[in-house]
Design a protein around this ligand. Structure first.
Ligand SMILES: Nc1ncnc2c1ncn2[C@@H]1O[C@H](COP(=O)(O)OP(=O)(O)OP(=O)(O)O)[C@@H](O)[C@H]1O
Length: 305
């Protein structure tokens, strides 16, 4: 059995000269929840489209569950669940009809799992898909995907636009299935608090390039917030190695730093800081600082795990 559910090597895809996936070599191990994050346009959805065989790469290779993405046979497709951000389902069908149809299509269909997941959402069997709210539609599409008993579940921003309660129900159902059924979940999102809660592995993409991969906690430990008090002139601390973000708030210099090293405080003091205090940061702050650097056009830090 292949230990990697997803494997790409030197994958490239450009849309009319714009590089969406850039020499991407990514290997995601079987099991757990993998979260892919990146700024808008980082190439997350494009990657999913290539992996599922909906788009063709210009060069390189992509494999899902050991199979070339360009030739996924129906039996293998049945082992992969996909939930997209639009939760596209046939609007004219009733919930019960759709579930019955899926039940006939998938040999491993679990009615119990379907009911369990759907119970988190206020959805009636007789309702038409087109009548459901966005959150309810998300619930139905997750229940359908999970009841399929997928070995691999790919979710493209599944909680976009959901309220707090629906989001929690969605993630709880997802986690429960990953734990109970051993499904590998690959999920992209901009919601760091969610990722902090559910992800075992964090993948950061920037402009089609893989920038970082590690458990979220390990990434957070490499990022720190330094608050320095420069009583005289503010020095240009922005060029110190690893600085992701610099802001002056109420006269204090706030620096978000990646791999600053033990002597970072000493460096600030050498530059004239009266005090320099180091604090941990949330995943949200760490990832946003990391990505903000790329946005500002500064050469990205090498953060390969
Ligand atoms: N069909 C298309 N035609 C032309 N360019 C495209 C197409 N689809 C995506 N792109 C471009 O490819 C790049 C990657 O887009 P993609 O949708 O994969 O990003 P993303 O990381 O999913 O973004 P978001 O977080 O905003 O959903 C973007 O620069 C986008 O403009």
């Amino acid at each position: 059995m292949n230990d990697h559910v997803i494997e790409t090597a030197d994958l490239n895809l450009a849309y009319r000269g714009k590089q969406a996936i850039d020499k991407l070599s990514l290997r995601l191990a079987r099991g757990g929840v993998h979260a892919i994050v990146g700024a808008n346009g980082a190439g997350k959805s494009t990657l999913f489209r290539v992996l599922l065989g909906f788009a063709c790469a210009d060069s390189g290779s992509a494999r899902v569950l050991g199979c070339d993405s360009r030739a996924i046979p129906p039996q293998l497709r049945a082992r992969i669940g996909f939930v997209n951000e639009e939760h596209t389902l046939p609007a004219w069908m009733r919930v019960r009809e759709l579930a019955a149809m899926q039940g006939r299509l998938y040999a491993g269909w679990s009615e119990t799992r379907y009911r369990q997941v759907l119970a988190n959402f206020n959805v009636g069997d007789a309702q038409k898909i087109g009548e459901l709210s966005r959150g309810e539609r998300a619930g139905v599409s997750l229940a359908l995907a999970l009841a399929q008993g997928p070995e691999l579940l790919i979710l493209d921003e599944p909680t976009l636009g959901l309220d707090v309660v629906a989001k929690r129900a969605f993630l709880d159902a997802l986690l429960q299935t990953s734990l109970d059924d051993g499904a590998t979940v690959v999920y992209c999102s901009h919601q760091m608090e969610e990722i902090e809660r559910v992800a075992d592995n964090l993948v950061i993409m920037e402009r089609g390039v893989l920038r970082h991969m590690s458990p979220p906690g390990d990434f957070c430990e490499r990022v720190a917030l330094w608050i320095a008090d420069f009583p005289f002139k503010q020095p240009d601390a922005g060029h110190l190695p690893g600085v992701l973000e610099l802001r002056v708030i109420d006269g204090l210099t706030h620096l978000v730093v990646f791999d600053g090293g033990e002597d970072f405080g000493a460096r600030l003091r050498l530059m004239g800081a009266r005090t320099a205090q180091c604090m941990p940061v949330s995943l949200d702050r760490a990832v946003n600082g990391f990505l903000a650097r790329g946005h500002a056009g500064v050469p990205p830090l090498s953060a390969a795990a």
